[in-house]
Design a protein around this ligand. Structure first.
Ligand SMILES: *Cc1c(COP(=O)(O)O)cnc(C)c1O
Length: 409
């Protein structure tokens, strides 16, 4: 097929040409002063971008950041809250259990964000303060939902609980605001292949001073993923637990520069909200046969929308085949849904390196596949164009509707 396939999956995301080009730079000697200076400068920018005290990096996919964060903060048997808002939260909990820790689930409707009031109740009930903290998937990529970080922070404070606040922002970093310094988040996890517009292979735990204080007390055996040498490395090798992933770092430099050039992370999040708003205008227009999984606007992630398709299920039209047609004939990669939604829903990613024609092209390609398969729908392209050219999303820095406070009295 001529032209590019438009990636509308929630990761890996489209890679800008300048980021790809960074991978073509020749190998360098990482032991030079020049490379150390390059890395230190990049790290200062990264710490500012996260609002973090320190940033740990691992040459690894996001699962590595998950495991590293668990093993650096928890001791065997330690309990912590982990709301079950979807498949990623479940997989993280399973990993914690496999590592000998004790995640305590908070039930979440798959169409909603975690309820801060339930988190509050669980923390208040923990009078001995034995829970290490609250770990939460911010954008739950499987469901397209967005947790309310400010409200969860309020819940922790209102309960008077000293626990840590740990956020999986793998899909939300640089797509919706993750106000680490502003509200006080202790660890923010990220990975290269989502909002950072890079290939997979580099993941991060951005940490607060409090997280490091706990880390220093936690005696859990760990080696490669240990933070101790990464905190204040004497030389660049220690930052990565081995040979620095040189080309990934060149690419990361470029990605951070692109974020700065766009006007900073707030501007990047504002673009994501604008595109998510346009995409949802399209999906709403499709009609009764479709429903956005996340029922409340403030809980809809700017990175990805999960769309239920009860009309296709009723008409016995295979979602998988429609997605295959979108890909093979119309050059658009959208994504199947996960676990119990797998045959009932699909997902459209609108994150990373994306502009208006890429978004509109992706929506149009999906509608072409609908036509090919006789899927009952009204075209939403007009609504998406109207949304992009009017002020539907003006004044929003990402989904900042999602910071309403909750009363606990
Ligand atoms: C993608 C994703 C992960 C897993 O990242 P990998 O790089 O595939 O290990 C974890 N959590 C969330 C919320 C994600 O979107």
């Amino acid at each position: 097929m001529a032209g590019r396939t438009f990636l509308a999956i929630p990761g890996p995301t489209n890679i800008p040409d300048s980021v790809l080009a960074a991978f073509r730079r020749p190998a360098v000697d990482f032991g030079t002063d020049e490379f150390a200076a390059f890395t230190n400068e990049l790290w200062a920018d990264l710490e500012a971008l996260f609002g973090a005290h320190r940033v740990m990096a691992y040459p690894s996919v996001g699962h590595g950041a998950w495991e590293a964060t668990l093993n650096n903060l928890l001791e065997p048997g330690d309990a912590f809250l982990l709301p079950q808002n979807g498949l990623f939260a479940t997989r993280w909990a399973d990993m914690a259990t496999a590592n000998g820790f004790s995640p305590q689930p908070i039930e979440v409707d798959i169409r909603r964000a975690p309820d801060p009031a339930l988190i509050y109740d669980a923390l208040v009930a923990d009078t001995a303060h034995s829970l290490v903290g609250v770990f939460v998937a911010h954008t739950e990529t499987s469901a397209g939902t967005l947790a309310n970080l400010a409200a969860i922070r309020e819940a922790i404070d209102a309960a008077g609980h000293p626990g840590l606040f740990v956020v999986d922002a793998i899909a939300s970093f640089a797509t919706d605001p993750v106000p680490m310094a502003d509200i006080g988040i202790d660890v923010v996890l990220a990975s290269s292949q989502k909002g950072l517009m890079m290939p997979p292979g580099l993941s991060f735990s951005a940490v607060s001073q409090r997280a490091l204080e706990r880390n220093a007390r936690v005696a859990t055996p760990r080696s490669f993923f240990s933070w101790s040498e990464r905190i204040d490395p004497e030389w660049v090798y220690q930052r990565f637990g081995g040979t620095p992933p040189v080309q990934h770092l060149f690419a990361l430099r470029e990605a951070v520069d692109l974020i700065h050039a766009e006007g900073g992370i707030d501007a990047v999040c504002a673009r994501h909200y604008r595109f998510a708003t346009a995409a949802r205008a399209c999906f709403d227009e499709w009609g009764d046969g479709f429903e956005i999984n996340a029922t409340e606007l403030p809980e809809q992630a700017s990175a990805v929308t999960c769309i239920r398709a009860p009309g296709m299920v009723a008409d016995h039209i295979s979602i998988e085949e429609v997605l295959r047609t979108a890909h093979d004939e119309f050059g658009v990669a959208a994504s199947h849904a996960m676990s119990e939604l797998r045959t009932k829903a699909f997902r459209v990613g609108h994150l990373g390196d994306m502009n208006e024609p890429m978004l509109l092209g992706a929506l149009a390609g999906i509608e072409c596949a609908f036509r090919r398969h006789g899927v009952a729908h009204h075209s939403g392209l007009e609504a998406a164009m109207a949304s992009l050219t009017t002020n539907d999303s003006a004044g929003h820095t990402g989904n900042d509707l999602n910071s309403g406070s909750v009363s606990y009295l």
